[in-house]
Design a protein around this ligand. Structure first.
Ligand code: COA
Length: 424
């Protein structure tokens, strides 16, 4: 049995944040039924399309292992079907704009009346407060959650990161809330609301910067490069380039080939317990005992010079050579891997972290598999559904409608036309 086998999810999510959450639940074995608007479906099906009229990678990579039903929830018959689905499911997950579910005629009170065991899980951009009615996308959350103001270089503008901490990050948070609520229900017998604001999710991931904001009130942040450079701190945590976020100073350094290869770099951490090994490797054995270098506090004012010296050494090696030499003596380093290198990495394929998936209209493509591995509940990544692919199956098998009722529902316009599925 899969970990979440027997749990049925009514998946009202779209774009990235919500689908990330329900995809994880599907990977753990839940039956995820994605409700999509007839005709268009999740907007991402048609966004960033690399092959005309074929579900985009944006969609396919976020909607594995789900079933798709098309349903117009503003149509009276569609509302009846939705009510039946609410009665049959354990969790409703949504990331509509604020107020959408209420306007659809399905506020929490009604859902909980229809099915008191139902868990209703929502992602919104902001929690209650001045911005609660705002629509939000990834970068809005990165900016309002404290990530952008603390990312980038001191002399440059705030930066957003490529990691989708607002969307996928909040989806992860929500998934945890849902499994906690499912566990709680085993005691209480009741469902509850689970809400996660994207601003809150980003702030949770940026908590070390709120730590530094408070440390700043008591003096300069000595591990930030600007301290060693003698640049005074302002009132707020500054952008710290590639400085490490923790107590062990680190930097991104050039490696052999950096002139041609934009990713020939390595993150190098001067972890205090391995300082002597670093000195030996870079050819500065006197730094082991020289009081100007031997202790972490002494080094804080000289980080630029120290990393410049280490870089002289890393530039004589490829990033993988540096990785091998340093890891052999426990010096923590991280080569900057390009997406091309990651896509070709056989060890990531072997663990199922990168998977090749076959799709009836797209053909083969790569995706990121489940990063969370359960020993007794391994994940098998299945392709995403075509729009409305399972409409009839769900009406018949989940809602137990007879053929006559199914045909009435189809004629009412509440469900879309099933897709012509190419032979798989
Ligand atoms: N049948 C009928 N109508 C449907 C439907 C269905 N199956 N599914 C959705 N709709 C309707 C909704 O009822 C809503 O109509 P209304 O505005 O008349 O009430 C409409 O579609 C639009 O929904 P909304 O969620 O506001 O979509 P949007 O495209 O305008 O906004 C977001 C997109 C992402 C900005 C917004 O959903 C949002 O802020 N979500 C919360 C935060 C979030 O998750 N953001 C990140 C996304 S990755």
């Amino acid at each position: 049995m899969k970990a979440l086998e027997g749990v049925r999810i009514l998946d009202f999510t779209h774009v990235q944040s919500g689908p990330t959450c329900t995809q994880l639940l599907a990977w753990f074995g839940a039956d995820v039924i994605k409700i999509e608007r007839p005709g268009t479906g999740d907007i991402t099906r048609g966004q960033l399309q690399d092959i005309p009229k074929v579900d985009s990678l944006y969609f396919t990579m976020l909607n594995h292992n789900k079933r798709s039903i098309t349903l117009d929830t503003k149509n009276p018959t569609g509302k009846e079907v939705l009510e039946r689905l609410i009665k049959e499911c354990d969790v409703l997950v949504e990331n509509f704009g604020p107020g959408v579910l209420d306007r659809m005629g399905f506020p929490w009170e009604k859902i909980s009346r229809l099915n008191p065991r139902m868990i209703v899980a929502s992602i919104k951009g902001f929690g209650p407060g001045p911005y609660e009615d705002c629509k939000v996308y990834e970068n809005v959350a990165q900016c309002t959650g404290g990530a952008a103001s603390t990312t980038g270089f001191r002399d440059g503008p705030p930066l957003v990161t490529g990691a989708q901490i607002g969307d996928s990050g909040t989806g992860l948070h929500l998934a945890l809330g849902i499994v906690a609520a499912l566990y709680h229900r085993t005691h209480s017998g009741r469902g509850q609301r689970v809400t996660c604001a994207m601003q809150d999710g980003v702030l949770n991931l940026s908590r070390v910067k709120l730590r530094d904001q408070q440390r700043l009130a008591r003096g300069p942040l000595k591990e930030y490069s600007q301290f060693g450079e003698g640049v005074p701190f302002g009132a707020a945590v500054p952008r710290a380039g590639n400085d490490s976020g923790g107590g062990q100073p680190g930097r991104i350094l050039k490696c052999k080939g950096w002139e041609q290869d934009p990713d020939a770099y390595i993150y190098f951490i001067t972890q205090a317990p391995v300082w002597e090994k670093i000195c030996d490797i870079i050819g500065e054995p006197t730094w082991k005992t020289d009081p100007e270098y031997a202790t972490p506090p002494a080094r804080l004012t000289k980080l630029n010079a120290i990393f410049a010296r280490i870089e002289q050494w890393t530039m004589t090696k490829t990033k993988f050579e540096v990785m091998n030499i340093c890891n052999a003596v426990d010096i923590p380093v991280g080569p900057i891997l390009s997406m091309k290198e990651i896509a070709e990495d056989q060890s990531l394929r072997a663990t199922g972290t990168v998977v090749e998936v076959d799709h009836p209209t797209r053909g083969k493509y790569l995706s990121v598999g489940n990063p969370i591995k359960l020993s007794d509940s391994p994940t098998k990544v299945e392709r995403s559904p075509l729009l409305g692919e399972h409409t009839e199956e769900i009406l018949r098998d989940v809602l137990r409608f007879d053929p006559g009722r199914i045909s009435e529902i189809q004629q009412s316009g509440a469900v879309g036309v099933p897709p012509a599925i190419a032979a798989e």
